[in-house]
Design a protein around this ligand. Structure first.
Ligand SMILES: O=P(O)(O)O[C@@H]1C[C@H](O)[C@@H](CO)O1
Ligand code: HPA
Length: 296
């Protein structure tokens, strides 16, 4: 692969170096990766046989700068399933390139991960959504991507995936169905929905006019992450499940005096810990019930 001009800062070799560093220090060989969103690091708490690595120790890994994102990679088991959890993710607004933001996903691929579960905190735009609902992500709108902020811009490395990947089935239908079935079985059907997630770069929360625009465009929730990770995961052939916790309602009219802030986002994440953890752990335990072939 030649590399020129707008070249990627996270080459195959850089991803491989970090992966080999990790694999030489752990016996764990995860098949499932989980990215924990804002305030959702507790999702890694029920892992057994834990082994953790601080991000700053892993070669080429970025470091977390946002409250609610601890900054460690935790290996272990949920039931008998080998997993790796990212307690803390990276965002464009922290100043990282999208290449760097998504570097962990490529490292997961190189270490043999087959499925990724991406979680986040987001603001609800759909009027039916309540604070504390979980949205199983059905599809997304990559707003930064429309403006050229896209993790696959630059030379394409075929060792990861093809130049023009299909995204119409980024969120596996079978995995979504399993997550929804599990939510019903657990008695959570009143709090679990499906919907479209839209990414903005942040770091400010939306104006009323922006929120209205996103709603009209078909977004059910809005956040500042996830889509770059999902895009890179789909590019390299990982199966994807996306879970979004609705931590606030985004005001769509000027009479609404509610003001969202990051502390509230973290508070709601903590409040819904048990429900989200039950859905996630049951999902992981039963994830081998679905065999999905990436169709495009
Ligand atoms: O990492 P996620 O997407 O869960 O974090 C959301 C978006 C912003 O980073 C932050 C705003 O409170 O939470
Ligand atoms: O309302 C929001 N907007 C953008 N990102 C968010 N993350 C949590 N809530 C929000």
């Amino acid at each position: 692969m030649h590399s020129k001009g707008n070249s990627c800062c996270c080459s195959f070799d850089e991803c491989k170096l970090g992966t080999e560093w990790l694999l030489s220090r752990t016996r764990h060989r995860p098949k499932i990766a989980v990215i924990c969103g804002s305030g959702l690091g507790f999702l890694a708490e029920s892992i057994s046989n834990k082994q953790a690595f601080r991000y700053e120790d892993i070669p080429n890994f970025p470091v977390s700068t946002v409250p609610g994102h601890d900054g460690q990679l935790v290996f272990g088991y949920i039931n008998d399933k080998p997993c790796v959890f990212m307690q803390g993710r990276f965002h464009l607004y922290e100043g990282y390139s999208l290449c760097k933001v998504t570097l962990p996903v490529r490292m997961f691929k190189l270490m043999g991960v087959e499925m990724i579960i991406v979680t986040n905190a987001s603001g609800g735009l759909c009027q039916d959504f309540k604070v504390g609902d979980i949205m199983v992500i059905k599809d997304h709108i990559n707003l930064p991507g429309f403006a050229g902020q896209h993790p696959l811009c630059g030379p394409n490395d075929e060792r990861f995936g093809i130049r023009f990947p299909c995204m119409s089935d980024a969120y596996s239908k079978d995995l979504r169905k399993l997550a929804l079935d599990i939510s019903t079985e657990l008695g959570y059907s009143d709090f679990v929905r499906e919907g479209v997630y839209c990414m903005v770069s942040g770091p400010n929360f939306e104006t009323v006019a922006e929120a209205r625009m996103l709603h009209i465009l078909g977004s059910d929730s809005v956040g500042m992450s996830t889509i770059p990770e999902v895009t890179v995961a789909k590019h390299c052939g990982l199966r994807v499940l996306g879970l979004s916790l609705i931590t606030n309602k985004v005001p769509l009219d000027y009479s609404n005096e509610e003001k969202v802030n990051h502390e509230e986002v973290l508070h709601i994440s903590k409040m819904r810990a048990e429900m989200l953890q039950n859905v996630l752990n049951t999902f992981i335990a039963r994830s081998d019930q679905v065999e999905t072939i990436n169709s495009c």
